[in-house]
Write a protein that binds this ligand. Structure first.
Ligand code: NAD
Length: 264
């Protein structure tokens, strides 16, 4: 493979297992020569994340719960001590109470609204703020979003509202950090069967719907997201910032399918 990322160091946040979008991205980056560090949430995940990191030649595996700013500070303190400089970060983290990823948005509780916004939106700003201080030669920050930010999707509810705020924060961060040569972008991934997605009501139906109705008539893989992430994190995309790039088999451009679409 190419050595696009040779000499670049970056942090991957949000790896849970080998189905995670973060895993597809990490593989593409390691393949292109990047040196990776990983953060994981909670001791239980260490036994999964440790071996996956080792598979990609990384022994930098650090705990971080993004709902706790002391934990975020500790993570960046360790990275600073180990590497000094950072070239990129991948934020593949989201959370909402499962009970509110079904039923109606109108029933959202204040507590889960705040928790969802904190973990799924503010955390990207919090980590970008700290990472930027280490990106002394410029850098690239990437987060993951979903079409439910732009249009109403079944059961996505408060997560859709959070993703809309996340996409807006990508634009504000891009403007703030652009003068330092730091780029900030999002990938809007099509539905993929991961641990987080399994919490969403009728997820199998959503997968089928996207497969039948997207121009490419398929669902995307974590490796396809990885390929686009490699572009956004490498010097191939030095002219791109503030962008939400769709990796969704084209689903977002379709208004209505022609009559030759297969039956549901
Ligand atoms: P996943 O379950 O593999 O990853 C979610 C990660 O978030 C986990 O590693 C989990 O540990 C982490 N996380 C949750 N709360 C945290 C906290 N307080 N501190 C630190 N980490 C925390 O699922 P995924 O689908 O790979 O999700 C990655 C990102 O992709 C999420 O932002 C998700 O919304 C987004 N996304 C997913 C899909 C999809 O269909 N799977 C589509 C578009 C966007």
């Amino acid at each position: 493979s190419s050595q696009l990322m040779q000499g670049k160091r970056g942090l991957i946040m949000g790896l849970a297992n080998d189905k995670s979008i973060a895993w597809g991205i990490a593989k593409a980056l390691a393949d292109a020569g990047a040196e990776l560090a990983f953060s994981y949430q909670g001791e239980a995940l260490l036994k999964r994340v440790g071996p996956l990191a080792a598979q990609l030649g990384s022994d930098t595996v650090l705990p971080c719960d993004v709902s706790d700013m002391d934990s975020v500070d500790a993570l960046f303190g360790e990275l600073e001590a180990k590497w000094g400089k950072l070239d990129f970060i991948v934020h593949a983290i989201g959370f909402s109470d499962k009970n509110e990823l079904r039923g109606r948005y109108v029933d959202t509780t204040r507590q889960n609204f705040l928790t969802t916004m904190d973990i799924s939106v503010y955390s990207f700003t919090a980590v970008t703020q700290r990472a930027a201080k280490m990106m002394t030669e410029g850098g690239s920050c990437l987060t993951l979003t979903y079409y439910g930010a732009e249009r109403v999707m079944p059961h996505y509810n408060v997560m859709g509202v959070a993703k809309a705020a996340l996409e807006a924060s990508v634009r504000y961060l891009a403007e703030d950090l652009g003068k330092d040569g730091i780029r900030v972008n999002a990938i809007s991934a099509g539905p993929i069967k991961t641990l987080a997605a399994s919490g969403i009501g009728d997820f199998r139906y959503i997968l089928k719907w996207n497969e039948y109705n997207s121009p490419l008539r398929k669902n995307v893989s974590i490796d396809e997201v990885g390929g686009s992430a490699l572009y956004l994190l490498s010097d191939l995309s030095t002219g791109v910032t503030g962008e939400t790039h769709h990796v969704d088999a084209g689903y977002h451009v379709v208004g209505m399918k022609a009559v030759d679409a297969p039956d549901m």
